[in-house]
Design a protein around this ligand. Structure first.
Ligand SMILES: Cc1cc2nc3c(=O)[nH]c(=O)nc-3n(C[C@H](O)[C@H](O)[C@H](O)COP(=O)(O)OP(=O)(O)OC[C@H]3O[C@@H](n4cnc5c(N)ncnc54)[C@H](O)[C@@H]3O)c2cc1C
Length: 460
Protein backbone atom coordinates (compact mmCIF):
# COMPACT_ATOMS: atom_id res chain seq x y z
CA UNK A 1 0.00 0.00 0.00
CA UNK A 2 1.32 3.44 -0.93
CA UNK A 3 1.56 5.74 2.10
CA UNK A 4 1.75 9.50 1.38
CA UNK A 5 2.52 12.17 4.00
CA UNK A 6 1.84 15.84 3.40
CA UNK A 7 3.04 18.86 5.36
CA UNK A 8 0.02 20.72 6.74
CA UNK A 9 -0.43 24.12 5.17
CA UNK A 10 0.52 27.10 7.34
CA UNK A 11 -2.21 29.76 7.82
CA UNK A 12 0.19 32.10 6.02
CA UNK A 13 0.13 29.97 2.85
CA UNK A 14 -2.89 31.95 1.67
CA UNK A 15 -0.67 35.03 1.36
CA UNK A 16 1.56 33.46 -1.27
CA UNK A 17 1.32 35.29 -4.54
CA UNK A 18 0.52 38.66 -2.96
CA UNK A 19 2.93 41.59 -3.46
CA UNK A 20 3.97 40.19 -6.84
CA UNK A 21 5.30 37.06 -5.12
CA UNK A 22 7.30 38.98 -2.49
CA UNK A 23 5.81 37.01 0.40
CA UNK A 24 8.25 34.58 2.02
CA UNK A 25 7.37 31.74 4.41
CA UNK A 26 9.71 29.66 6.59
CA UNK A 27 11.58 27.25 4.34
CA UNK A 28 11.26 29.47 1.26
CA UNK A 29 14.61 30.43 -0.34
CA UNK A 30 13.96 34.15 0.25
CA UNK A 31 12.75 33.85 3.85
CA UNK A 32 16.05 34.39 5.67
CA UNK A 33 17.08 37.42 3.63
CA UNK A 34 13.61 38.96 3.92
CA UNK A 35 13.38 38.54 7.70
CA UNK A 36 16.86 39.94 8.43
CA UNK A 37 16.63 43.42 9.98
CA UNK A 38 19.25 46.18 10.08
CA UNK A 39 20.20 45.02 13.57
CA UNK A 40 21.84 41.73 12.66
CA UNK A 41 21.81 40.51 16.28
CA UNK A 42 18.01 40.14 16.07
CA UNK A 43 16.65 36.74 15.00
CA UNK A 44 13.01 37.48 14.09
CA UNK A 45 11.06 34.45 12.82
CA UNK A 46 7.56 35.49 11.70
CA UNK A 47 4.95 33.26 10.05
CA UNK A 48 5.64 35.18 6.82
CA UNK A 49 7.45 38.25 5.55
CA UNK A 50 5.73 40.46 2.97
CA UNK A 51 7.54 43.16 1.01
CA UNK A 52 4.86 45.45 -0.51
CA UNK A 53 5.64 48.15 -3.05
CA UNK A 54 2.43 50.16 -2.67
CA UNK A 55 -0.29 51.06 -0.18
CA UNK A 56 -2.66 48.78 -2.16
CA UNK A 57 -0.30 45.83 -1.68
CA UNK A 58 -0.07 46.61 2.05
CA UNK A 59 -3.89 46.59 2.18
CA UNK A 60 -4.06 43.20 0.42
CA UNK A 61 -1.55 41.67 2.82
CA UNK A 62 -3.32 43.04 5.91
CA UNK A 63 -6.71 41.75 4.70
CA UNK A 64 -5.29 38.32 3.89
CA UNK A 65 -3.46 38.12 7.21
CA UNK A 66 -6.60 38.98 9.18
CA UNK A 67 -8.63 36.45 7.16
CA UNK A 68 -6.03 33.80 8.07
CA UNK A 69 -6.20 34.67 11.77
CA UNK A 70 -2.72 36.22 11.76
CA UNK A 71 -1.46 39.49 13.22
CA UNK A 72 0.65 42.10 11.41
CA UNK A 73 3.93 43.71 12.47
CA UNK A 74 5.01 46.74 10.40
CA UNK A 75 8.73 47.22 9.94
CA UNK A 76 10.86 49.50 7.79
CA UNK A 77 14.66 49.32 8.17
CA UNK A 78 14.76 47.05 11.22
CA UNK A 79 16.97 49.43 13.26
CA UNK A 80 14.50 49.01 16.12
CA UNK A 81 13.91 45.28 15.64
CA UNK A 82 15.28 44.29 19.08
CA UNK A 83 12.01 44.19 21.06
CA UNK A 84 10.11 42.50 18.21
CA UNK A 85 12.78 39.78 18.01
CA UNK A 86 12.12 38.91 21.66
CA UNK A 87 8.40 38.32 20.97
CA UNK A 88 6.85 35.09 19.64
CA UNK A 89 6.05 35.84 16.01
CA UNK A 90 4.66 32.52 14.79
CA UNK A 91 1.22 34.07 14.22
CA UNK A 92 2.62 37.32 12.81
CA UNK A 93 3.13 38.54 9.24
CA UNK A 94 6.07 40.92 9.15
CA UNK A 95 5.23 43.68 6.65
CA UNK A 96 8.54 45.19 5.62
CA UNK A 97 7.90 48.46 3.79
CA UNK A 98 11.53 49.34 3.00
CA UNK A 99 10.79 49.18 -0.75
CA UNK A 100 7.85 51.59 -0.47
CA UNK A 101 9.92 54.77 -0.72
CA UNK A 102 9.80 58.27 -2.16
CA UNK A 103 9.84 61.95 -1.19
CA UNK A 104 8.03 64.94 -2.70
CA UNK A 105 9.01 68.36 -1.38
CA UNK A 106 6.73 71.41 -1.46
CA UNK A 107 9.28 74.20 -1.00
CA UNK A 108 6.67 76.96 -0.66
CA UNK A 109 4.76 75.19 2.11
CA UNK A 110 8.09 73.93 3.55
CA UNK A 111 6.69 70.40 3.77
CA UNK A 112 7.46 66.97 2.37
CA UNK A 113 5.32 63.96 1.57
CA UNK A 114 7.30 60.85 2.42
CA UNK A 115 6.31 57.25 1.63
CA UNK A 116 6.20 54.72 4.47
CA UNK A 117 9.58 52.96 4.16
CA UNK A 118 11.78 55.93 3.21
CA UNK A 119 15.12 56.47 4.93
CA UNK A 120 16.02 59.87 6.37
CA UNK A 121 18.93 60.30 3.95
CA UNK A 122 16.46 60.37 1.06
CA UNK A 123 14.40 63.08 2.77
CA UNK A 124 17.44 65.17 3.61
CA UNK A 125 18.75 64.89 0.04
CA UNK A 126 15.36 65.93 -1.41
CA UNK A 127 15.01 68.91 0.95
CA UNK A 128 18.57 70.25 0.54
CA UNK A 129 18.23 71.75 -3.00
CA UNK A 130 15.43 73.96 -1.59
CA UNK A 131 17.58 75.17 1.32
CA UNK A 132 15.54 73.05 3.71
CA UNK A 133 16.35 70.44 6.36
CA UNK A 134 14.41 67.78 8.25
CA UNK A 135 14.17 66.62 11.87
CA UNK A 136 16.27 63.47 11.27
CA UNK A 137 18.25 61.69 13.94
CA UNK A 138 21.96 60.92 14.02
CA UNK A 139 21.85 58.20 11.38
CA UNK A 140 21.17 58.60 7.64
CA UNK A 141 19.73 55.10 7.20
CA UNK A 142 17.16 55.03 10.00
CA UNK A 143 13.63 55.11 8.51
CA UNK A 144 11.31 58.06 8.84
CA UNK A 145 8.54 55.70 10.02
CA UNK A 146 9.88 54.02 13.15
CA UNK A 147 11.82 57.12 14.18
CA UNK A 148 8.84 59.53 13.93
CA UNK A 149 6.29 57.07 15.34
CA UNK A 150 8.68 56.64 18.29
CA UNK A 151 9.12 60.38 18.93
CA UNK A 152 12.47 61.21 17.34
CA UNK A 153 15.50 62.80 18.96
CA UNK A 154 17.34 65.11 16.56
CA UNK A 155 20.33 67.44 16.71
CA UNK A 156 17.73 70.15 15.99
CA UNK A 157 15.81 68.94 19.04
CA UNK A 158 16.58 71.36 21.86
CA UNK A 159 15.45 74.25 19.64
CA UNK A 160 12.67 72.58 17.63
CA UNK A 161 11.44 69.83 19.96
CA UNK A 162 10.62 66.18 19.47
CA UNK A 163 10.62 65.25 15.76
CA UNK A 164 7.12 63.71 15.92
CA UNK A 165 5.84 67.27 16.42
CA UNK A 166 6.89 67.96 12.82
CA UNK A 167 4.27 65.49 11.53
CA UNK A 168 1.31 67.15 9.80
CA UNK A 169 -0.46 63.99 8.73
CA UNK A 170 0.03 60.26 8.45
CA UNK A 171 -1.72 57.68 6.25
CA UNK A 172 -2.08 54.22 7.77
CA UNK A 173 -3.39 50.94 6.42
CA UNK A 174 -5.91 49.85 9.05
CA UNK A 175 -6.97 46.34 10.07
CA UNK A 176 -9.64 46.19 7.32
CA UNK A 177 -7.02 47.03 4.69
CA UNK A 178 -8.32 50.54 4.05
CA UNK A 179 -6.15 53.67 4.20
CA UNK A 180 -6.97 55.97 7.13
CA UNK A 181 -5.62 59.50 7.26
CA UNK A 182 -4.85 61.12 10.61
CA UNK A 183 -4.07 64.80 11.13
CA UNK A 184 -5.11 67.59 13.49
CA UNK A 185 -8.45 67.72 11.61
CA UNK A 186 -8.99 64.06 10.62
CA UNK A 187 -9.04 61.31 13.29
CA UNK A 188 -7.36 63.59 15.85
CA UNK A 189 -7.24 60.91 18.60
CA UNK A 190 -5.40 58.57 16.25
CA UNK A 191 -3.11 61.44 15.21
CA UNK A 192 -2.31 62.10 18.88
CA UNK A 193 -1.53 58.41 19.47
CA UNK A 194 0.68 57.71 16.47
CA UNK A 195 3.01 60.62 17.29
CA UNK A 196 4.98 58.49 19.76
CA UNK A 197 2.77 55.41 20.11
CA UNK A 198 4.85 53.33 17.65
CA UNK A 199 3.60 50.75 15.16
CA UNK A 200 0.49 49.68 17.10
CA UNK A 201 -2.06 51.54 14.99
CA UNK A 202 -1.59 50.30 11.44
CA UNK A 203 1.01 50.20 8.69
CA UNK A 204 2.09 53.77 7.91
CA UNK A 205 2.30 54.20 4.15
CA UNK A 206 2.83 57.98 3.96
CA UNK A 207 3.78 60.95 6.13
CA UNK A 208 3.49 64.69 5.64
CA UNK A 209 6.16 66.52 7.60
CA UNK A 210 7.26 70.07 8.21
CA UNK A 211 10.76 70.96 7.01
CA UNK A 212 13.16 73.41 8.65
CA UNK A 213 14.68 76.51 7.01
CA UNK A 214 18.33 75.48 7.33
CA UNK A 215 20.47 75.26 4.18
CA UNK A 216 23.51 74.84 6.42
CA UNK A 217 24.34 74.33 10.08
CA UNK A 218 27.29 74.78 12.41
CA UNK A 219 28.01 71.20 13.43
CA UNK A 220 30.75 68.65 13.96
CA UNK A 221 32.64 66.76 16.62
CA UNK A 222 35.41 67.21 19.17
CA UNK A 223 37.56 64.18 19.95
CA UNK A 224 40.06 63.34 22.70
CA UNK A 225 41.80 60.19 23.94
CA UNK A 226 39.81 58.34 26.63
CA UNK A 227 42.43 59.36 29.22
CA UNK A 228 40.89 62.84 29.04
CA UNK A 229 37.37 61.53 29.83
CA UNK A 230 37.14 62.82 33.44
CA UNK A 231 37.91 66.47 32.62
CA UNK A 232 35.95 66.47 29.34
CA UNK A 233 32.89 64.90 30.95
CA UNK A 234 32.93 67.36 33.85
CA UNK A 235 33.29 70.25 31.40
CA UNK A 236 30.48 68.93 29.15
CA UNK A 237 28.15 68.38 32.11
CA UNK A 238 28.74 71.93 33.38
CA UNK A 239 28.45 73.36 29.84
CA UNK A 240 25.15 71.61 29.12
CA UNK A 241 23.63 73.16 32.22
CA UNK A 242 24.05 76.64 30.68
CA UNK A 243 24.05 76.37 26.88
CA UNK A 244 21.07 77.91 25.04
CA UNK A 245 18.43 75.83 23.29
CA UNK A 246 20.23 76.36 20.00
CA UNK A 247 22.82 73.78 21.11
CA UNK A 248 22.08 70.03 20.96
CA UNK A 249 25.01 67.68 21.55
CA UNK A 250 25.92 64.21 22.73
CA UNK A 251 28.83 62.98 24.87
CA UNK A 252 30.32 59.50 24.39
CA UNK A 253 33.17 57.41 25.64
CA UNK A 254 33.85 55.03 22.75
CA UNK A 255 36.03 51.93 22.27
CA UNK A 256 36.86 50.75 18.76
CA UNK A 257 38.46 47.40 17.92
CA UNK A 258 41.46 47.48 15.58
CA UNK A 259 39.74 47.06 12.20
CA UNK A 260 41.21 47.86 8.77
CA UNK A 261 37.86 49.34 7.62
CA UNK A 262 38.00 52.03 10.31
CA UNK A 263 39.91 55.29 9.79
CA UNK A 264 43.20 55.37 11.76
CA UNK A 265 41.89 57.95 14.24
CA UNK A 266 39.25 55.40 15.34
CA UNK A 267 40.82 51.96 14.77
CA UNK A 268 41.88 50.34 18.05
CA UNK A 269 41.29 53.60 19.93
CA UNK A 270 39.44 54.48 23.12
CA UNK A 271 38.06 57.98 22.79
CA UNK A 272 35.88 60.74 24.16
CA UNK A 273 33.64 62.41 21.59
CA UNK A 274 31.29 65.39 21.84
CA UNK A 275 29.24 66.05 18.72
CA UNK A 276 26.09 67.78 17.55
CA UNK A 277 24.83 71.07 16.17
CA UNK A 278 24.84 74.73 17.20
CA UNK A 279 22.05 76.66 15.44
CA UNK A 280 23.79 80.05 15.56
CA UNK A 281 25.94 82.19 13.28
CA UNK A 282 29.63 81.25 13.10
CA UNK A 283 30.88 83.77 15.65
CA UNK A 284 28.26 82.93 18.27
CA UNK A 285 28.69 79.18 17.69
CA UNK A 286 32.47 79.48 18.15
CA UNK A 287 31.94 81.54 21.30
CA UNK A 288 29.58 78.88 22.72
CA UNK A 289 32.05 76.07 21.99
CA UNK A 290 34.99 77.87 23.64
CA UNK A 291 34.87 76.02 27.01
CA UNK A 292 35.17 72.68 25.20
CA UNK A 293 37.74 73.84 22.66
CA UNK A 294 39.91 75.12 25.53
CA UNK A 295 40.37 71.44 26.44
CA UNK A 296 42.37 71.17 23.20
CA UNK A 297 40.69 68.27 21.43
CA UNK A 298 42.88 66.10 19.25
CA UNK A 299 40.32 66.56 16.45
CA UNK A 300 37.81 69.41 15.96
CA UNK A 301 35.49 69.23 12.95
CA UNK A 302 32.94 71.83 14.15
CA UNK A 303 32.22 74.38 11.44
CA UNK A 304 29.56 75.39 8.94
CA UNK A 305 28.45 72.47 6.79
CA UNK A 306 25.55 71.92 4.37
CA UNK A 307 22.57 70.70 6.42
CA UNK A 308 22.69 67.46 4.42
CA UNK A 309 25.98 66.69 6.21
CA UNK A 310 24.41 66.65 9.67
CA UNK A 311 23.55 62.94 9.27
CA UNK A 312 27.32 62.28 9.15
CA UNK A 313 28.69 64.01 12.25
CA UNK A 314 27.76 61.24 14.73
CA UNK A 315 29.68 58.57 12.75
CA UNK A 316 26.81 56.06 12.89
CA UNK A 317 27.57 52.84 11.01
CA UNK A 318 26.76 53.05 7.29
CA UNK A 319 25.75 49.38 7.02
CA UNK A 320 23.78 46.87 9.15
CA UNK A 321 25.41 45.90 12.45
CA UNK A 322 24.69 43.30 15.16
CA UNK A 323 24.13 45.32 18.34
CA UNK A 324 22.67 45.06 21.83
CA UNK A 325 21.94 47.96 24.15
CA UNK A 326 20.40 49.31 27.32
CA UNK A 327 18.95 52.70 28.13
CA UNK A 328 17.81 55.02 30.87
CA UNK A 329 16.94 58.70 31.26
CA UNK A 330 18.76 60.89 33.78
CA UNK A 331 17.34 63.87 35.65
CA UNK A 332 20.81 65.33 36.23
CA UNK A 333 24.52 64.66 35.87
CA UNK A 334 26.11 65.66 39.17
CA UNK A 335 29.69 64.79 40.18
CA UNK A 336 28.62 61.46 41.74
CA UNK A 337 26.91 60.42 38.48
CA UNK A 338 30.02 61.34 36.49
CA UNK A 339 32.13 59.20 38.84
CA UNK A 340 29.67 56.32 38.47
CA UNK A 341 29.75 56.57 34.65
CA UNK A 342 33.55 56.71 34.53
CA UNK A 343 33.77 53.76 36.94
CA UNK A 344 32.08 51.61 34.27
CA UNK A 345 33.55 52.94 31.04
CA UNK A 346 36.23 55.55 31.85
CA UNK A 347 40.05 55.35 31.80
CA UNK A 348 41.45 52.12 33.25
CA UNK A 349 38.21 50.15 32.86
CA UNK A 350 37.62 47.18 30.56
CA UNK A 351 34.27 47.06 28.80
CA UNK A 352 32.64 45.40 25.82
CA UNK A 353 30.65 48.58 25.11
CA UNK A 354 31.21 50.34 21.81
CA UNK A 355 29.94 53.45 23.55
CA UNK A 356 28.04 54.86 26.48
CA UNK A 357 26.22 57.85 25.05
CA UNK A 358 24.58 60.76 26.82
CA UNK A 359 22.23 62.85 24.67
CA UNK A 360 21.49 66.28 26.05
CA UNK A 361 17.71 66.74 26.36
CA UNK A 362 15.85 69.74 27.80
CA UNK A 363 15.00 72.95 25.97
CA UNK A 364 12.11 72.48 23.54
CA UNK A 365 12.51 68.69 23.94
CA UNK A 366 11.31 69.06 27.53
CA UNK A 367 8.20 71.19 26.86
CA UNK A 368 4.83 69.74 25.86
CA UNK A 369 4.10 71.01 22.34
CA UNK A 370 0.77 72.70 21.76
CA UNK A 371 -1.42 70.27 19.84
CA UNK A 372 1.34 67.65 20.10
CA UNK A 373 0.99 63.89 20.30
CA UNK A 374 1.55 61.37 23.07
CA UNK A 375 5.34 61.90 22.93
CA UNK A 376 5.39 65.65 22.32
CA UNK A 377 8.12 66.10 24.95
CA UNK A 378 10.66 64.05 26.90
CA UNK A 379 11.22 64.07 30.65
CA UNK A 380 14.75 64.36 32.00
CA UNK A 381 17.94 66.15 31.07
CA UNK A 382 20.06 63.37 29.52
CA UNK A 383 19.22 60.12 27.68
CA UNK A 384 21.81 57.39 28.30
CA UNK A 385 22.21 54.84 25.50
CA UNK A 386 24.77 52.05 26.03
CA UNK A 387 25.61 49.94 22.96
CA UNK A 388 27.82 46.91 22.30
CA UNK A 389 28.54 45.20 19.00
CA UNK A 390 27.34 41.59 19.25
CA UNK A 391 28.46 39.39 16.35
CA UNK A 392 27.94 36.12 18.29
CA UNK A 393 25.84 35.04 21.32
CA UNK A 394 28.63 35.29 23.93
CA UNK A 395 29.41 38.84 22.79
CA UNK A 396 25.71 39.68 23.00
CA UNK A 397 25.51 38.33 26.56
CA UNK A 398 28.60 40.29 27.63
CA UNK A 399 27.37 43.43 25.85
CA UNK A 400 23.95 43.22 27.50
CA UNK A 401 25.59 42.74 30.90
CA UNK A 402 27.93 45.73 30.44
CA UNK A 403 25.14 47.94 29.08
CA UNK A 404 22.89 46.97 32.02
CA UNK A 405 25.75 47.62 34.47
CA UNK A 406 26.27 51.14 33.10
CA UNK A 407 22.55 51.91 33.38
CA UNK A 408 22.45 50.39 36.88
CA UNK A 409 25.40 52.54 37.98
CA UNK A 410 23.45 55.63 36.90
CA UNK A 411 20.13 54.40 38.35
CA UNK A 412 20.21 56.81 41.33
CA UNK A 413 19.82 59.69 38.84
CA UNK A 414 17.25 57.98 36.59
CA UNK A 415 13.85 59.61 36.10
CA UNK A 416 12.35 56.13 35.65
CA UNK A 417 11.08 57.15 32.21
CA UNK A 418 12.32 55.81 28.87
CA UNK A 419 12.76 57.21 25.38
CA UNK A 420 10.91 54.76 23.11
CA UNK A 421 13.43 55.02 20.26
CA UNK A 422 16.35 54.08 22.50
CA UNK A 423 14.55 51.18 24.21
CA UNK A 424 15.72 48.15 22.25
CA UNK A 425 14.53 45.43 24.62
CA UNK A 426 11.04 44.10 25.23
CA UNK A 427 10.12 46.01 28.40
CA UNK A 428 6.89 47.33 29.90
CA UNK A 429 6.20 50.40 27.71
CA UNK A 430 4.05 52.19 30.32
CA UNK A 431 7.01 54.20 31.80
CA UNK A 432 7.59 55.74 28.36
CA UNK A 433 4.23 57.45 28.55
CA UNK A 434 3.65 58.30 32.22
CA UNK A 435 0.16 59.70 32.81
CA UNK A 436 -0.64 59.46 29.05
CA UNK A 437 -0.59 55.64 29.10
CA UNK A 438 -4.32 55.08 29.68
CA UNK A 439 -5.31 57.52 26.93
CA UNK A 440 -2.88 55.76 24.60
CA UNK A 441 -4.41 52.36 25.44
CA UNK A 442 -7.89 53.74 24.71
CA UNK A 443 -6.73 55.14 21.37
CA UNK A 444 -5.29 51.73 20.51
CA UNK A 445 -8.52 49.95 21.48
CA UNK A 446 -10.50 52.34 19.28
CA UNK A 447 -8.17 52.09 16.27
CA UNK A 448 -7.44 48.36 16.40
CA UNK A 449 -10.01 46.63 18.63
CA UNK A 450 -9.03 43.13 17.44
CA UNK A 451 -5.35 43.71 18.23
CA UNK A 452 -4.16 43.02 14.69
CA UNK A 453 -1.07 45.24 14.78
CA UNK A 454 2.06 44.31 16.71
CA UNK A 455 4.27 47.27 17.57
CA UNK A 456 7.80 46.65 18.77
CA UNK A 457 6.60 48.11 22.08
CA UNK A 458 3.03 46.77 22.27
CA UNK A 459 0.34 49.10 23.58
CA UNK A 460 -2.52 47.01 24.84
C1 LIG B 1 22.59 53.56 14.62
C2 LIG B 1 21.30 54.10 15.21
C3 LIG B 1 21.16 55.47 15.40
C4 LIG B 1 19.98 55.98 15.95
N1 LIG B 1 19.86 57.34 16.15
C5 LIG B 1 18.71 57.83 16.67
C6 LIG B 1 18.54 59.23 16.88
O1 LIG B 1 19.45 60.03 16.64
N2 LIG B 1 17.36 59.67 17.39
C7 LIG B 1 16.33 58.82 17.66
O2 LIG B 1 15.26 59.28 18.08
N3 LIG B 1 16.46 57.49 17.47
C8 LIG B 1 17.62 56.99 16.99
N4 LIG B 1 17.75 55.64 16.81
C9 LIG B 1 16.64 54.78 17.17
C10 LIG B 1 15.66 54.64 16.00
O3 LIG B 1 14.95 55.84 15.83
C11 LIG B 1 14.67 53.50 16.33
O4 LIG B 1 15.39 52.29 16.33
C12 LIG B 1 13.52 53.46 15.33
O5 LIG B 1 12.56 52.53 15.79
C13 LIG B 1 14.01 53.06 13.98
O6 LIG B 1 12.98 53.14 13.05
P1 LIG B 1 13.04 52.24 11.73
O7 LIG B 1 11.76 52.38 11.05
O8 LIG B 1 14.30 52.56 11.02
O9 LIG B 1 13.22 50.81 12.39
P2 LIG B 1 12.22 49.56 12.38
O10 LIG B 1 12.87 48.53 13.23
O11 LIG B 1 11.87 49.20 11.01
O12 LIG B 1 10.92 50.08 13.11
C14 LIG B 1 10.80 50.11 14.51
C15 LIG B 1 9.33 49.99 14.84
O13 LIG B 1 8.65 51.14 14.35
C16 LIG B 1 7.38 50.75 13.85
N5 LIG B 1 7.34 50.97 12.40
C17 LIG B 1 8.38 50.99 11.53
N6 LIG B 1 7.92 51.24 10.29
C18 LIG B 1 6.58 51.37 10.39
C19 LIG B 1 5.54 51.65 9.46
N7 LIG B 1 5.78 51.87 8.16
N8 LIG B 1 4.26 51.69 9.93
C20 LIG B 1 3.98 51.50 11.23
N9 LIG B 1 4.93 51.23 12.15
C21 LIG B 1 6.22 51.18 11.73
C22 LIG B 1 7.20 49.29 14.17
O14 LIG B 1 6.57 49.12 15.43
C23 LIG B 1 8.62 48.80 14.21
O15 LIG B 1 8.78 47.61 14.98
C24 LIG B 1 18.93 55.10 16.30
C25 LIG B 1 19.08 53.73 16.14
C26 LIG B 1 20.27 53.22 15.61
C27 LIG B 1 20.41 51.74 15.47
Amino acid sequence: MLCMTTTPLSPADGLRGLCGGRVHLPGDPGYDAARTPWNLAVDQRPAAVAVPHSADEVGEVVRAAVAAGLRVAPQSSGHGAGPLGEQALDDVVLVRVHELTGVTVDPDARTARVLGGTLWQEVVAAAAPHGLAAMHGSSPDVSVAGYLLGGGLSFYGRRHGVAANSLRAVELVAADGSVVRASAEENPDLFWAVRGGGGNFGVAVAFEIDLLPYPDVYAGMLLWDRERAPEVMRAWAAWTRDVPESVTTSFRVMSFPPLPDLPPFLSGRQLVVVDGAVLEDDDRAAELLTPLRELQPEMDTFGRIPAVGLTGVHMDPPTPVPAVSDHTVLADLPEEAITAYLGEIGPGTTTSLLFGELRHLGGALGRPAEGGGVASHLDGEYALFAVAVAPFPEAAAQGRADAAALCAALAPWSTGSLVLNFTETDVDPAPMYGDRWERLRSARAAADPAGVFVGHHPVG
